[in-house]
Ligand binder design. Structure first.
Ligand SMILES: Cc1cc2nc3c(=O)[nH]c(=O)nc-3n(C[C@H](O)[C@H](O)[C@H](O)COP(=O)(O)OP(=O)(O)OC[C@H]3O[C@@H](n4cnc5c(N)ncnc54)[C@H](O)[C@@H]3O)c2cc1C
Length: 344
């Protein structure tokens, strides 16, 4: 039996981070391919088996795991390993990685998927180093090749190339940024088994002491994550007055504002709202790109949007290759007309 293990991160507000549900749906697809491809060809590194089990690991403070059970049952998990303890109230690299390693060494998953959140980016390399296995970080694509191996794709060479990476050792590990994959459109109901484990953490000498948790509220970031409409401005918006047009269009459409690194670098927008490889990944229903060339590093953060509209004065700008609808023209002329039209 092959196993795919997903890490279920609990947020500071005691929610399960939505990346889990995005990974859970992708894991179903990988499991199906694993089953199919295994019948065709196998290699030494193949993780083929009779069936594929999709499991989760939940590490949380005492008494809250119960709240999440229905979500696990509706997301296609076969087994959920739960470690509850009040020492897990705040994330700790030492404690969490110890629990994760104990579970991994016990159940021996073939694939481990973790969200590339701040927490996941800390936890995943700890685990992979301890297991002497490979980790492909910040993936934008996951697949199973014809030999039954995890094929993890991520941008490389500053985003100029996409590399598909195979791991020679087990478990094969990958982290994936939130919003890169979509959650299941409907429930995948399973009779999930919940297994409580006793955390073996008494002997751990902690090198880091938790002092205080201070929440920084940045509305723009939170809004971008869940926005249905995003109007993003690039370097082509040139100055403060140009970027104000972007804000006005966003307001007229009932959306929020995003930016390219180009716009951030010339001081038109804060880095918090940068979209792309080194910024946020977004998947709104509508993405309006104003004065944005469409560099690959920007596209990786927004190309999964449902509909893309581009405004650019250069008809050869790469953004026109990914957009559904394009305006070739000066954004300083086009945007006011669009706002006017929307008002009407
Ligand atoms: C490692 C690495 C990571 C990166 N990460 C990111 C990232 O996360 N996000 C990101 O965005 N970039 C990122 N970049 C930078 C990226 O390569 C591009 O430089 C950047 O996206 C360009 O931003 P831009 O489209 O605003 O500017 P430009 O590429 O300069 O494009 C401006 C566009 O505006 C158009 N224009 C000019 N005037 C007008 C006008 N009046 N009306 C209409 N159109 C006009 C021009 O035709 C042009 O196409 C990264 C680069 C590297 C190397």
């Amino acid at each position: 039996m092959s196993k795919i293990l997903l890490y279920a991160q609990v947020t500071q507000d005691n929610y399960i981070h939505t990346i889990l549900f995005e990974l859970a749906y992708k894991a179903q697809e990988l499991a199906d391919k694993l089953t199919k491809n295994c019948h065709s060809e196998q290699s030494e590194e193949s993780v083929c088996g009779e069936g594929v089990e999709i499991d989760a690991l939940l590490i949380c403070k005492t008494g809250i795991a119960e709240n999440y059970k229905e979500a696990f049952q509706n997301s296609g998990f076969d087994k959920v390993y739960i470690a509850e303890d009040n020492r897990f109230t705040h994330y700790s690299t030492e404690l969490y990685s110890k629990v994760a390693l104990d579970v991994i060494n016990e159940i021996k998953p073939d694939i481990i998927l973790i969200g590339a959140t701040t927490q996941g980016r800390d936890l995943a390399p700890r685990i992979s180093a301890a297991l002497h296995t490979g980790l492909t970080a910040d993936c934008t694509g996951l697949d199973i090749n014809e030999k039954g191996q995890l094929a993890a794709t991520r941008p490389t060479f500053g985003g100029k190339l996409m590399a598909t990476i195979l791991c020679k050792t087990l478990p094969q590990m990958a982290t994936v940024r939130p919003k890169v994959f979509k959650p299941a459109p409907e429930n995948i109901v399973k009779n999930t088994e919940f297994i409580y484990i006793e955390p073996q953490i008494a002997d751990i000498k902690r090198k880091v002491e938790f002092v205080e948790f201070v929440k920084i509220t940045k509305d723009s970031i939170n809004e971008l994550d869940s926005a249905k409409i995003i109007v993003a401005g690039g370097k082509g918006m040139k100055n403060e007055a140009g970027f104000e047009l972007v804000r006005r269009l966003a307001k007229a459409l009932g959306g929020v504002v995003g930016a390219t690194r180009g716009a951030v670098e010339i001081g038109l927008a804060p880095v918090d709202i940068q979209i792309g490889q080194t910024g946020k990944t977004v998947t709104p229903k509508l993405y309006v790109a104003c004065g944005i060339s469409g560099a690959i590093q920007h596209l990786v953060g927004m190309s999964e949007s449902d509909k893309i509209v581009a405004i650019n004065c250069d008809e050869n700008a790469p953004i026109f290759e990914v957009c559904d609808c394009g305006f070739v023209g000066d954004a300083f002329d086009v945007i006011p007309k669009l706002i006017e039209g929307l008002k009407k």
